[in-house]
Design a protein around this ligand. Structure first.
Ligand code: ATP
Length: 446
């Protein structure tokens, strides 16, 4: 029984990094060339996990909300976008160089720099004065590499929501208050990518910009803070490893009225996975000013013409995936002294929902029949090789919540054994009921 087993949570990130590489969740991008710092590839299991997370976000934030529209914009926006948003001028981190070892650090993180490898008689770095380093990744559009063709890979997904605000509002016939959401890649030339995927140079964000009248800003800010916490709890990130942290007034961006971070307790400390911000009317006003278009709205009753206030929720998909993996990881010592690593994902997030495991290759026919029936509803893995205990362990590491084994009795009694990942309990049920039983047990999030 689960209660009798001792379980150890993830303590060292290296254990998760190695599991992720070993099982193909996430690994260095361009691995065969030695990797590229700050870029990661998701393998088959990681991609399924991430896709499940993204669909759940889309489901909760867009589909279930009559007052939210979802869009998908180009990664490269008109360069004026980033002037209007303030990114060209302000989106920078202070960096320092070490004159001896030539390494670069964020000025606010030199405490973590470690010893200098190049100085004689001292292990202290010889730092330059801090200078600002713009984090936007630049590229050139068109055949000529002149300044006129400079463009940026988006540093956040929300700016094109502001660009498209007027058209989306008009075409969807939404009235204030309403929101526009988008999910996609963002790019930042981070000075020190680190902590696995936590700080990457290419990552995914899921953002909602909710437009309201200034008189309702507190109400919507608190509504969305509650909604987003509910979402994180639903993923299983509950309890004492999830918290909100309100920004102090001196931490706020100059245009922001309020900000709350959703933080998770990683092995490397409390860190932000989502930001909820009251951005005021700064964005729409700036884009209105830079584009020369009126991005204001007119209240149909009072006829007041105003620029809406924006409440933003901005979550990192990769960071949340990392939190989900950290949270799911457990090393258990079983009654017989053996240890198993088990990823206790919520069944609806698990990359594979069910594994079909015939006890013998001779049972391939009924096993494949069940497999193809289940494939219409779940992500299924079929494995007929090796001893059953080892096959269960592999599924535990992948986080598969259910394994269905077919044995020689199955042909007689039309029953199969369903084994549950966390309790390891086994139950014999009619083969025809497997689909419905699993749908009920895995489908809670959908
Ligand atoms: P940080 O202070 O950690 O750099 P931030 O406050 O700049 O983050 P935001 O601009 O508010 O982050 O972005 C919203 C979300 O996008 C973050 O909560 C995080 O989940 C994600 N995110 C931001 N930068 C990165 C990154 N370099 N790698 C992975 N995810 C990121």
């Amino acid at each position: 029984m689960a209660a009798e087993r001792s379980a150890r949570r993830l303590e060292r990130m290296e254990d998760l990094v190695s599991l992720c590489a070993r099982r193909g969740f996430v690994f260095q991008s361009s691995e065969i060339y030695g990797g590229i710092n700050g870029f990661w590839d998701y393998g088959p299991l990681g991609t399924e996990l991430k896709n499940n997370l993204k669909s759940l976000w889309w489901q909760r934030v867009v589909r279930e909300r009559p007052d939210v529209e979802g869009i998908d914009t180009a990664i490269i926006a008109h360069p004026r976008t980033w002037e209007a948003s303030g990114h060209v001028e302000h989106f920078s981190d202070p960096l320092v160089d070490c004159r001896a070892c030539k390494k670069r650090f964020r000025a606010d993180q030199v405490g973590d720099a470690g010893p200098c490898s190049a100085r004689q008689g001292s292990s202290e770095h010889d730092f330059t004065e801090p200078r600002n380093f713009n984090l936007m990744l630049r590229t050139h559009i068109g055949a000529s590499e002149d300044a006129a063709a400079v463009a940026y890979l988006r540093a956040e997904t929300c700016q094109s929501i502001f660009n498209d605000f007027k058209r989306v509002r008009e075409t969807s016939r939404q009235k204030i208050p309403f929101g526009i959401a988008q999910l996609g890649k963002a790019f930042r030339n981070e000075i020190n990518p680190r902590n696995f995927t936590f700080r990457s140079r290419e990552f995914e964000q899921a953002e909602l910009e909710f437009f309201c009248h200034a008189t309702e800003r507190e109400k919507w800010f608190s509504h969305w803070t509650d909604e987003r916490m509910r979402f994180h709890r639903e993923l299983g990130l509950a309890g004492d490893r999830l918290r909100t942290r309100a920004h102090a007034t001196d931490e706020l961006a100059h245009y922001a009225r309020a900000a709350v971070d959703v933080e998770y307790l990683f092995p490397f400390g409390w860190q932000e996975i989502e930001g909820i911000h009251d951005r005021g009317s700064y964005d729409l006003s700036r884009h209105g000013e830079y584009s020369g278009k009126d991005l204001g709205v007119t209240d149909p009753e009072t006829k007041e013409h105003y620029v809406p206030v924006v409440i933003e929720t901005s979550v990192g998909i990769d960071r949340t995936c990392l939190a989900v993996m950290v949270d799911a990881y457990a090393e258990e010592t079983l009654e017989d002294g053996e240890t198993r690593i088990v990823m206790r994902f919520h069944p609806a997030l698990a990359p594979i929902q069910v594994a079909v495991l015939p006890l013998s290759k001779k049972l391939a026919e009924p096993a494949h029949r069940l497999e193809s029936e289940l494939r219409r509803r779940f992500n299924v893995f079929y494995d007929d090789a090796g001893n059953i205990g080892r096959r269960y362990r592999r599924q535990d590491e992948a986080g598969t919540p259910f394994c269905v084994t077919i044995d020689f009795e199955s042909a007689q009694d039309e029953k199969v054994t369903v084994r549950e990942r966390d309790s390891m309990e086994q139950e014999r049920i009619p083969i025809g009921a497997v689909g419905a039983v699993l749908a009920e047990r895995t489908g809670a999030l959908r």
